[in-house]
Design a protein around this ligand. Sequence first.
Ligand code: ZN
Length: 413
Amino acid sequence: MQMKPEQLELIREQLRTIKERSSFYAKKYEGIEVADVDAQADFEQLPFSEKGDLRAAYPLGIQAVPDADVVRIHSSSGTTGLPVIIPYTAQDVTDWAIQFARCYEIAGVNVLDRVQITPGYGLWTAGIGFQAGCERLGAMAIPMGPGNTEKQLKMMQDLKATVLCATSSYALLLAEEVNARGLRDKLFLRKGVIGSERWGEKMRNRIQDELGIEIYDIYGLTEIYGPGIGISCDEHHGMHIFEDFCYIEIVDPVTGATVPDGEVGELDITTLRKQGAPLIRYRTHDLTRILPGSCTCTCGEHHPRIDTLVGRTDDMFKVKGCNIFPAQVEEVIAITDGTSSEYQVMIDHVDGHDEMTVFFETPLEGEAREKAEFELATIFKAKIGCTPIAKGVPLGELPRSEKKTKRIFDSRY
Ligand code: ZN
C-alpha cells in the first residue's frame, strides 16, 4: 500500500519522541534511529510488534502518556497466559467514537435509527464501542449486552429496533428464534452491523432473510481501538479501513516482506493518532489482501478496502514457495465438480523437493474420477499458484472428527 504523505507525517511525528515517551519502544528500538525515518522504505525496515510483546509489557508497560492522561483501559483476553491491557486517553476514546460513527453512517444508519447492541460491555472493547459510536452519530442506543434472548426479542419489538449489532453467531441464534416464533412481521429491523469473523455465505443469507436486514461487516481488534476501524459498504465487497487513523500493510507472514496490493498476506496495522498505546507495524495475524484500486469505491468512500478475511496466519502452510491457507483449498474443492466437502492435504519431502497431495472424497469412479482429479489440480494451480497431486477417494473414506477435523498433514519437519 502506497503510504500517503499525511500518513508519513503522522508516523514521523509519532516516532520523533516515542522512545522518550515509552519504555516499551525505547527497548524495542534500541540502536535504531527512529527519528531518521522519513520515507516509506525506512518505515518498512522497522521491527514488527505483536501480541506477545504486549503480554510481556503487562500490565501497563505499553503506556506512552503520563498517568494523568489515561481515562480508561480495555483488555483482550488470550486463550493462554496473560491478557493484554490497552490504556486510552480522552482523545483516543473520542477518535474511536468518530470512527465508529463513520461506520454506522457507511452502513446507512441515521439519527432516527434505534440500535440494539448485543455485544458484551466491560473490559472487552465491543459493547462500549458500538454504544459510543451510536451516541456520537445521534441514533438511539439500546444497550442490551449479550444473552437473555427472551428480553432481546421483547425490546426489539416494543422499541421497534431498526439496527441489530451482534456477533454472527448471536445474530444467527436470534434469527432462528424469530423464525421459530413467527415474529418476522412484528420486527422493524433493516440493518445489521455484524462483527467480522470468518463465516459462510449460507449463514449470512439465512440471517439476512430471516431478520430482513442488510448486513455490514465491521472490523477491529482490542489492541487497535476495538471494533469500528473499518466496515463494509453498500458495495459489499471488502471492508474500508480508515486511512486517517490507521496505516495498513499486507506482509508475507513468513519473510515479513511487504507484498503488492491484491496479494494475500498478513494484515499489519500502524496507528497514526493513538496516544495511550500507539502501535507500530502491529501484526494482526489476520489474512487478507488489499483490493487493488479500492480507493475509488462506488460508495464514494476513498478509504482503502481489505478483502473478507481468509483466515489466520497460524493456519497457513508453505509449499514450493507458495503460501497456502485452508480457506483457499476449501474454495478450490467447492468449485471443482464431483467433490464433496471433505478433503485432506498431505505434504512430504521426496527426493529433494516438496510434494503435496490433495485427497478429496468423490462419488465418481474410473475415468470420471480421473477427470475430476485433473480438474482439481488445474484449478488449484490457477487459484493458488502451485500444482498438487490430486487423488479422489470414495465417500466416507477420509477420517471425521467430532471436534475440528485436522485436514493438513505436514511430514516435512
Ligand atoms: Zn465502498
